[in-house]
Design a binder for this molecule. Structure first.
Ligand code: AMP
Length: 618
């Protein structure tokens, strides 16, 4: 028998062991590779295919097998999504934090924008879209018609008017060239209105030509006349062509967010209708369609046939739904204070009103502030609109001297008396909540001040008495929640006192807009203290800076994150918040947006009325 020779190679040993039936141990790794090899052969693939997987980016444990002679190479596998994503990222151009911020804001605004269209169901169902504005018979004198675009631009620049849109009608610098009926011109003169204001210079020709318009003008700029005068012209024209029959009408409609504003607009309309009738023009009947008033008296007017309706959304919707009134002949619609209408949750009511239109109408949208959301809301309702802007949307009136004082909470009511001495009456005092209005009112009456008060908790009669006695000069001070600040015109207010700083800067702009109207200078004093949020105070600081006002040290010392990003324009191409227009913050920190979100969560608009002074309009 052969003996084992230790110097012999091991294969001999294996053979010997083979003879013993011994099977050599093959490591798992090697066996796996052999399996793969077998499969590849079966599939007719070559094991030498290079894999395209980048071993540096791949976490695949087989990726490095290619370099191992013991291991066959795997077939080309598709790169994983993770790899693709990282490759894409590598190929993308670097974006700066600023670009990233603007991009985020665009996405936020897109997300916020209301995708529901502002069209009637009939139009939507039949796929009716209007592409051309409604023609009116109105034309300006030939000298103005032939004004070159360059000349028109020069006039606009002189009057600080910004316009956007196609074929914008030329501006007109005097009322006479607007071809208004003689009694209207006379009435304007009687009211001391001789020279048109900037919004009138551009807005009136735009609307008289039949164009849809978005008007952005600070409160007190004379915007009411911009939609009231053409409204009267439309009603006159329609009445002459086809006199209204009992139960018919209206030809024109104005929708306002509050009863007070509706009443005020209605009174302006009435003022011009009276002299027209006296001078032999056809009689035009207006209707004030607001809640809190007996509906029967309103129905009486409708029965006779009504030409012009000034309404709040709730009562209007009610009348239309009950078929007491129709919009079959209505061809002129104005949404005044459109931002308020949307903020107060009237969007759906307005949509319902739109459902009642049977034909194309001229649509006008007015507001002192015009956040992106409203522009989106309006886009579907307007045909080839012209935007006329006579001041940054949300900017304060430059004719107001704005003073900001730090007053401790407990010292406010006493300091208020001292503050009232700054100017002669009339003075407006604003506070955020109803309880403060009542407390201040009581305190002032005790101190012998002739004061009246208004807030949403008071009944219609009390509200009307307060406004009319204050307007007539019988009372010196009006204490109010924001309900009175929206678009109301109290002539010659000397001083607006903000007993507290409203959380939303837009409300501040509305409040102080009650003074300094039509070129006169007014004063606004605002009490601030620790109760205000930093965002609100920063908005105020930037607004004061913009209006070149004195910045009190307490605001100057605030840590201001916007100083770094101040130059960055937001998604709408302006500085500050793309949602509310505040200059002290970006949209992600917007207090108004926060408020709207919590309202949406609460799912009720009544909450807002409860805290802000507004009430349901029916
Ligand atoms: P409004 O911005 O429409 O609320 O108007 C504010 C106030 O300005 C009202 O009392 C108007 O009578 C007055 N007003 C409007 N247009 C003019 C004008 N062109 N000149 C002087 N006052 C005007």
């Amino acid at each position: 028998m052969e003996t084992l020779n230790p110097s012999k190679p091991s294969n001999t040993a294996i053979e010997v062991e083979d003879d013993d039936g011994y099977v050599e141990y093959v490591p798992v790794k090697k066996r796996r590779a052999m399996e793969v090899q077998k499969i590849l052969h079966r599939k007719g693939l070559k094991s030498s295919n290079p894999t395209s997987v980048d071993p540096t980016t791949s976490s695949d444990p087989t990726a490095d097998l290619s370099s191992d002679p013991d291991h066959p190479k795997l077939p080309e596998s598709k790169p994983s999504l993770l790899i693709k994503a990282s490759q894409l990222k590598r190929d993308l151009p670097e974006i700066t934090p600023t670009e990233q911020l603007v991009q985020q804001e665009i996405e936020m605004i897109e997300h916020l924008s209301d995708r529901k269209t502002l069209m009637s169901v009939r139009e939507l169902a039949k796929g009716i879209t209007y592409t051309e504005p409604l023609a009116t018979g109105w034309k300006p004198p030939s000298a103005i018609r032939h004004m070159s675009p360059k000349e028109a631009d020069t006039v606009r620049r002189q009057w600080h008017i910004l316009v956007e849109g196609d074929d914008v009608p030329p501006p007109i610098k005097n009322f006479k060239d607007m071809r208004l009926p003689e009694p209207i011109l006379k009435k304007l003169k009687e009211k001391g209105i001789v020279q048109p204001t900037p919004i009138q210079v551009q807005g009136l020709p735009v609307i008289l030509s039949g164009r849809d318009m978005i008007g952005i003008a600070f409160t007190g700029s004379g915007k009411t006349l911009v939609f009231v005068l053409p409204l009267i012209m439309v009603a006159l024209q329609e009445e002459v062509m086809m006199p209204i029959m009992p139960g018919e009408g209206p030809f024109g409609l104005v929708v306002c967010p509050s009863r007070e504003l509706a009443r005020q607009t209605y009174e302006v309309v009435e003022q011009f209708l009276v002299p027209l009738k006296e001078n032999g023009y056809p009689e035009l009947r207006p209707l004030l369609c607001i809640g809190g008033v007996d509906m029967r008296s309103q129905l009486e007017v409708v029965k006779k046939g009504v030409h012009i309706v000034v309404a709040t959304p709730g009562r209007l919707k009610d009348l239309l739904a009950k078929k007491k009134m129709s919009l079959d002949n209505c061809r002129y619609l104005t949404l005044d204070e459109a931002d308020r209408l949307v903020d107060l949750g009237f969007e759906d009511d307005i949509r319902e009103v739109f459902d009642h239109f049977k034909a194309q109408r001229q649509t006008l949208l007015f507001s002192a502030t015009m956040p992106k959301k409203i522009q989106n809301f309006a886009r579907s309702a307007l045909v080839k609109p012209v935007t006329v802007n006579v001041g940054r949307a949300g900017a304060a009136n430059l004719d107001v001297i704005q003073e900001v004082e730090y007053v401790k909470q407990e010292a406010k009511i006493v300091y208020l008396l001292e503050c009232l001495q700054k100017t002669p009456p009339p003075v407006l005092i604003f506070c955020e909540n109803k309880a403060d209005v009542d407390d201040i009112h009581e305190y002032l009456l005790l101190k012998g001040v002739e004061a009246v008060a208004i807030h949403g908790g008071k009944d219609q009669e009390e509200r009307e008495y307060a406004i009319s006695s204050f307007k007539a000069g019988k009372k010196d001070v009006l204490v109010a929640t924001d309900v009175a600040s929206k678009g109301l015109d109290f002539p010659d207010i000397q001083h607006v006192i903000n007993y507290d700083m409203p959380a939303e800067i837009e409300n501040y702009v509305h409040r102080i807009g009650r003074t300094g109207r039509c070129g006169k200078t007014g004063i606004a004093t605002t009490f601030i203290n620790k109760n205000q949020s930093e965002t609100t105070l920063l908005d105020l600081k930037h607004l004061l800076q913009e209006a070149k006002q004195r910045i009190p040290p307490v605001l100057g010392e605030l840590n201001d994150p916007m100083e770094d990003v101040d130059a960055i324009t937001n998604a709408s191409g302006v500085k500050g918040c793309a949602y509310c227009g505040g200059l002290g913050h970006r949209i992600r920190d917007c207090p108004k947006l926060e408020h709207q979100k919590s309202l949406a969560i609460a799912g009720s608009r009544r909450d807002y009325f409860g805290s802000g002074g507004y009430r349901g309009e029916i």
